[in-house]
Write a protein that binds this ligand. Structure first.
Ligand SMILES: NC(=O)c1ccc[n+]([C@@H]2O[C@H](COP(=O)([O-])OP(=O)(O)OC[C@H]3O[C@@H](n4cnc5c(N)ncnc54)[C@H](O)[C@@H]3O)[C@@H](O)[C@H]2O)c1
Length: 273
């Protein structure tokens, strides 16, 4: 948790989806500093609300529940959905139909900004010796990455057609600490996640912007030059973990696709039948 909020701007009511997930739990603790009411949602009951919260239950594929969920909110932080490579059916329900339901509900309820948890796996089939930016063509490394690319395209359509703004966060690896050498490049601390989400919520004008979600790591495969207007300034870095990570993982097999591609282990996941 940041010792001082990253912005003085306050919202009346923010919606956080996926509030029981890994990043949802972090943001559930952090976002109350930026709003009068935090509406938290999950597919199953979250129990009693904390102070300053409203709790709602909604499966993303449930159109009516999603419409009710977005009523009266100023902006959405959308963390809900399938977050790993999985069989097609749950991805279709959560990330394709679910994203459509979210944007349709935003249009009908007049919600004007969405922070969409996209993923680095939208471009996972670029190699680890390439540095790419948000305008390079997508190269999803699986159906999960493909579904996030769909979400980004949907966001672009809803901006062009209906003026609903989105910041698509191509999140790298947001965990307490980097687990392996790949994550030395992709890691984002939870404090930097908070900075990124708050910058995306409060930047005056974003249209549909795409930004890679990472800390200020010495090694990186991503250039955020097209997202400077968001004003995200990471303050953490994976570098303090480097020695320990390299000691744990001394050998890298460059013939292993996991070590060659930016998507790491996701590039070899599946098929599931
Ligand atoms: N954690 C990371 O490093 C990382 C990296 C890249 C992208 N992301 C994205 O950020 C978001 C949050 O990630 P996370 O690590 O907290 O994932 P998570 O899996 O822990 O949380 C996602 C939540 O969404 C819920 N969910 C799944 N399908 C649903 C559906 N159909 N209806 C309603 N809820 C549903 C899950 O139950 C879960 O609680 C995800 O969209 C993920 O794809 C995360």
């Amino acid at each position: 948790m940041l010792s001082k909020p990253a912005s003085t701007i306050r919202f009346k009511r923010l919606l956080l989806t996926g509030a029981a997930g890994n990043l949802g739990r972090e943001l559930r603790a952090r976002l109350p500093a930026y709003c009068d009411v935090l509406r938290v949602s999950h597919r199953s009951d979250l129990g009693a609300p904390n102070a300053g919260e409203e709790v709602m239950t909604a499966a993303l594929e449930d159109k009516d529940a999603m419409l009710a969920l977005l009523e009266g909110v100023d902006a959405v932080v959308h963390m809900g959905g399938v977050s790993t490579e999985q069989p097609w059916e749950p991805i279709l329900a959560g990330n394709i139909i679910g994203a459509y339901n979210l944007y349709e509900a935003a249009r009908k309820q007049g919600v004007k900004r969405i922070i969409f948890a996209s993923s680095n796996h939208v471009t996972g089939f670029y190699r680890q010796d390439e540095v790419i930016d948000a305008r390079d063509p997508v190269r999803p490394d699986g159906f999960y990455g493909l579904s996030k690319a769909f979400g980004e395209n949907l966001a672009q359509l809803y901006f062009d057609r209906w003026g609903i703004e989105t910041v698509s966060l191509r999140i790298g690896s947001s965990f307490p600490e980097p687990a392996d050498r790949r994550m030395l490049a992709t890691w984002m601390s939870f404090d930097d996640l908070e900075r990124l989400v708050v910058a995306s919520l409060t930047a005056p004008i974003v249209g549909h912007s795409i930004i890679y979600g990472m800390s200020d790591n010495a090694t990186t495969w991503w250039d955020n030059k097209y997202a400077r207007h968001i004003g995200y300034r990471p303050r953490d870095s994976s570098d303090r973990f480097r020695e320990a990570v390299e000691a744990r993982q001394q050998h890298i097999d460059l013939d292993d696709p996991v070590a060659r591609y930016q998507g790491g282990g996701f590039v070899t996941k599946g098929p599931f039948d």
